[in-house]
Design a protein around this ligand. Structure first.
Ligand code: V0D
Length: 256
């Protein structure tokens, strides 16, 4: 009887220990993150909103590094939505200088770490100096075959889908494809994420429980994970917790 209890306790303990340890063989291949709460983080500290964006940029660097170490294959970061243009002009101007700043400081490190930079979104809408910095990073990392670091810049999912349908319609008109060819795979190939698998895990910081027009097509089967933590406070430990929860969900409810 006593032994039985002890065995059970040991089993429970083992389960607790296992539940708290990342399974390195089941790391989500593609993680997408909505990096929300920079303004609120700053407000809480009596700082201007831009201070939150600057701090958020530093967190990007740390999370990219950790994701890469953990063996994540693709990381998509929602940096600026088509909605964000409604913010005060000085704030938008500051944000648009971040890619240049980020790359000036961290591009050598990204190259060192074999990271490949990509973007989704409408590049046309953003200032030329922002485009220039981003294009340079894409060019200089295009032969890297490590982590794909995919920035969603001036991105909106309905716009992405609309553009895909428009292009698909043109190809139908031109006769390069026929209606019978249209399936989920083909539609996926018209999306800006072409060549990157769908996200396995979506993280949204700062307490909002919405998708906000982010990757609506690609998130069809994605595990969603929300935290109240503001993006500038998001740490490597939070990332690992999200991955751990993702792994435990799979283990408890997984069909196959
Ligand atoms: C502000 C928190 C890095 C979210 C992170 C233009 C809001 C800091 C980049 C970046 C932004 C983008 C492309 C690239 C290299 C870096 C960035 C924006 C905003 C929108 F190639 N941080 N970051 N881009 N923020």
């Amino acid at each position: 009887m006593m032994l039985n209890k002890l065995v059970n306790l040991t089993k429970m303990n083992k389960e607790i220990t296992d539940d708290n340890k990342l399974d390195r063989s089941r790391i989500p291949s593609h993680i997408a993150i909505i990096m929300d709460g920079n303004g609120r983080w700053a407000k809480k500290r009596g700082l201007p909103r831009i201070a939150g964006h600057r701090e958020g940029m530093k967190v990007v660097r740390r999370i990219v590094k950790r994701a890469n170490q953990l063996g994540v294959k693709a990381l998509t970061l929602y940096a600026f939505s088509t909605e964000n243009w409604k913010r005060p002009k000085p704030e938008v101007e500051f944000i648009m200088k971040l890619p240049e700043q980020f790359l000036l400081t961290y591009l050598p490190e990204l190259i060192e770490e074999n990271v490949q930079v990509r973007t989704i979104g409408q590049k046309e809408g953003i200032p030329s100096y922002t485009q220039k910095a981003v294009n340079e990073a894409i060019e200089k990392t295009k032969h890297n075959d490590g982590l794909i670091l995919n920035f969603a810049l001036n991105y909106g999912s309905r716009f992405e889908i609309t553009e895909a349908v428009r292009q698909l319609s043109k190809d139908l008109d031109a006769g390069t494809i026929s209606a019978e060819d249209v399936d989920e795979n083909l539609i996926g190939s018209y999306m800006m994420t072409k060549g990157i698998g769908d996200p396995d895990l979506l993280i949204r910081t700062s307490g909002e429980i919405r998708l906000s027009n982010f990757m609506l097509w690609q998130l069809a089967y994605t595990e969603l994970w929300f935290t109240d933590v503001y993006w500038p406070d998001f740490s490597e430990v939070d990332l690992e917790q999200a991955i751990l929860d993702y792994q435990n969900r799979g283990r408890r409810f997984g069909g196959v």
